[in-house]
Design a binder for this molecule. Sequence first.
Ligand code: C2E
Ligand code: CA
Ligand code: CA
Length: 469
Amino acid sequence: MYKELAAAKELLQQKVSLLHSLADTDELTGLLNRAALTRHLNQQMGSSRSSENAFALAFLDLDGFKEINDAYGHDVGDKLLRLVAKRMAANLRTHDIVSRFGGDEFVVIMQGNLGDSSAMDSLDRLIHQLSQPFHIGSLSLSISASAGITLYPQTEPIASDQLIRQADQAMYQAKLTGRNRVCMFNLDKELAQKGQHQKATEIQAAIAEHQFELYFQPKVNMRTGQVLGAEALIRWNHPTQGLLGPASFLSDVSESHQGVELGRWVIAAALAQMGSWHDQGRNINVSVNIAGYHLQHSSFVEELALMLAKFPMLRKQQLELEVLETNAINDIDQVSIVLAACKNLGVNISLDDFGTGYSTLGHLKVLTVDVLKIDRSFVKDMLSSQGDLAILKGVISFAQAFECDVIAEGVETLQHGQRLIELGCEMGQGYYIARPMPAVDLSAWTDAWQQSQYENKFKFTARAAGNKG
Ligand code: C2E
Ligand code: CA
Ligand code: CA
């Protein structure tokens, strides 16, 4: 009687564990399923956060599986998944855990304290194995896989679903960088991206709160004293940090939606300021800085046209776009089309920071440019560095050959100004002439400059020019 009872109990236990394993198994491949994987993960992570429990978690996704399914049908697709599962299991160590997470996604737990490079190596080998052809009947099918890995434990406590998300994110990175490869999840990078995202959101709010302001820095003809206009330079009146310059926030919105928003704000604010000066009887030319990614935004020209149309009293040439050359070069064909369209609208174009890009010469031929702006790094050392002087001379003769104007930025001393005039660059901008100032100060500055400041600051040059003429 007792024996029978024991046998019945054993049978029952077998059935229960069979049921368990059925519930844990992915029907198609025989691997663990998602639920079982998650349970395993929670168990392993729950026990303790010591390095004895260390493991690497990999998330794999097949490249091009859908195409095979579409081309050969689901039967072949299913067979392929089975073969992939088999090959994965065969190429991992016995105590590693491999699961089908869903569709053509697999999650692997590689046990042990592997470290970055050995986890990457193991996965690289696996990925390589998976890229070898699979044979189904007479078919020879080639696919590949992209994988992301993350390591456990980490410096901060982490939940199992977060860990899977990290590996998934790294896998996505692997897809982006060309598939058939492995990427390691990088916590620092993610934190940096999060920080950047948060700053971008702050900047969005600051636009709505009217915390941005344009400062204006005059541009003059240093030989004649004539005021040519001003460059608009963005500032942030930050509620807690005070007045911030562009270096401290523009990079946070680079290439982003908020960056484009800010760029739009700059153009609109510059036009509004020009309109208000116009109403006071002053027509001041203003240049605005345009980031390359903003210029390449699909509706840039259309939006510019709409903004210009709101100020019919202004001449279109009063607005100048200063294009950052280095940004403009990544898609030169598109940029030249956009610039030509801007020219058609009537605005002026200048190339900012000229001389710093690597293929400056090539661009000039294709770009429709009115002004070259010599980067202040060359101006800064022109009096002491023969190399910088040579570049400066080169840019000036360049501008002459292509019949565009040339202006030097960063004129910090009279000597810089004088030497530039001698070299044939009469237009200048820089601290020696004036620092960037709030819009309200520009009229008074202009009057003072015309009355006496120019004479005072450039008297030797003015006299020399006077003697010449
Ligand atoms: P940038 O276009 O080269 O602007 C000239 C920068 O040089 C300005 O710095 C100006 O204050 C500074 N500067 C002018 N004269 C002198 C001088 O004699 N010596 C020295 N050492 N510096 C001088 P800021 O305002 O900090 O702007 C920095 C950069 O930020 C600008 O360089 C421009 O690339 C960017 N930026 C400024 N405003 C805007 C904007 O509204 N939109 C975009 N996309 N970029 C902007
Ligand atoms: Ca500029
Ligand atoms: Ca510049």
